[in-house]
Design a protein around this ligand. Structure first.
Ligand code: TLP
Length: 358
């Protein structure tokens, strides 16, 4: 039985072209700034995001943490969406290591915070208040089923925070998915954020790596903080070589993942006992709920060779480079079977409890 792994786009394996590039990469010591392949990748990342400079880091988590460290002082307050990965999925690193306090503003189901709510969350100069120094946004939004935040929405947040001297950091782990969805160059999409991190190791299929992009001055501070957290890597061109190939060859194909996610979502919407609004699925993340036990549904799916995760109170399936259309179709067949099994087990249980009778 073919195992269909829909847990995350992080499970992607490098392409043959990436492996070849790794093998052939020209290397140097990147802590001395002498790895030509890292330097090339960083220049490409700066160019594609329209920022002055970029820095290779080990992961999305490190990218967000180092960006916060480079932007804030201990005791600052930063505003993040209530479903943000920085808040929910990064082990509290911003608090533990950067010493900042997170101020949550509710994001809607599309991952967007209301500009007015952000305005109200900004602290005034009162002596009792921590200074608000940063607003973090996420695009695409993981918990919100890969929802895309538009440039106009980002501009509306920038109009609130920038006049107050507050910067915007974008957790752009999947910002290329957002750009492909909007059919916009990434630099257009991120023009109103001061800095961003994006991941090579998700839909772009690299084994490791993220980039932080911003002004030269910000990136130099980030370089120092990357060293503090043990992220100074030596012949990192081995990793960067994949990133170069990813930026050249793996961006436009994300549209295929979006198309597959759409098929998956539409198919799931027709499975009795499964609840999903397929119109909410814009990119490669599909989140749905089920009647009955979610944990059992996930376990039955795994037994049937479909690996998924949970997200919030739902079940998450993510499409990626390793998933083809026939995998999606097969996953739907297997999911329908699990749902049928769960429904009949449910009705037997309710009958034996004296329920379900006329
Ligand atoms: N997300 C992972 C897991 O943490 C759940 C996933 O499978 O989706 N920002 C966003 C929006 C992310 O989704 C992730 C990873 C990160 C940051 C952190 O990236 P890594 O895993 O490289 O540290």
């Amino acid at each position: 039985m073919r195992v269909i792994d829909l847990r995350s786009d992080t499970v992607t394996l490098p392409t043959p072209e990436m492996r070849k590039a790794m093998y052939e990469a020209e290397l140097g010591d990147d802590v001395f700034g002498e790895d030509p392949t890292v330097n090339r990748l960083q220049e490409m990342a700066a160019e594609v995001t329209g920022k002055e400079a970029a820095l290779l880091v080990s992961s999305g988590t490190q990218g967000n943490l180092v960006s916060i460290l480079a932007r804030c002082h201990r005791g600052d307050e930063i505003i993040v969406g209530s479903d943000a990965h920085i808040f929910l999925g990064e082990v509290g690193g911003a608090a533990a290591l950067a010493g900042v306090q997170l101020r949550l503003v509710s994001n809607d189901e599309h991952g967007m915070m209301a500009p007015q709510a952000v305005r109200e969350a900004i602290r005034g100069p009162n002596i009792h208040n921590p200074p608000t120094t940063l607003l973090c946004i996420e695009n695409t939004h993981n918990r919100c089923s890969g929802a895309v935040v538009t440039p106009d929405q980002i501009a509306s947040l920038a109009a609130v925070v920038h006049p107050q001297g507050i910067s915007i950091h974008l957790d752009g782990a999947r910002v290329f998915n957002a750009a492909v969805y909007l059919e916009l160059p990434v630099k257009e999409l991120v023009k109103d954020v001061d800095d961003l991190s994006f991941c090579l190791s998700k839909g772009l299929a690299c084994p490791v790596g993220s980039l932080i992009c911003g002004t030269k001055e910000f990136v130099e501070r980030a370089r120092k903080w990357r060293k503090v957290v043990g992220g100074g890597m030596r012949q990192a061109g081995i990793i960067a070589a994949c990133g170069v190939v990813a930026l050249q060859t793996m961006v436009q194909r994300l549209a295929e993942d979006h198309e597959n996610a759409h098929v998956l979502a539409e198919g799931l919407a027709h499975v009795p006992g499964v609840h999903i609004n397929p119109r909410r699925v814009q990119t490669n993340i599909v989140i749905f709920t089920v009647d009955g036990s979610r944990e059992e549904f996930v376990a039955r799916l795994a037994e049937g060779g479909v690996k998924v995760t949970t997200s919030g109170d739902g079940i998450r399936m993510v499409t990626h480079y390793g998933i083809m259309r026939q995998d999606v179709e097969e996953a739907l067949v297997r999911a329908a079977k699990v749902a049928r099994g769960q429904a009949s087990a449910g009705s037997i249980a309710s009958l034996s409890h004296g329920k379900g009778r006329a």
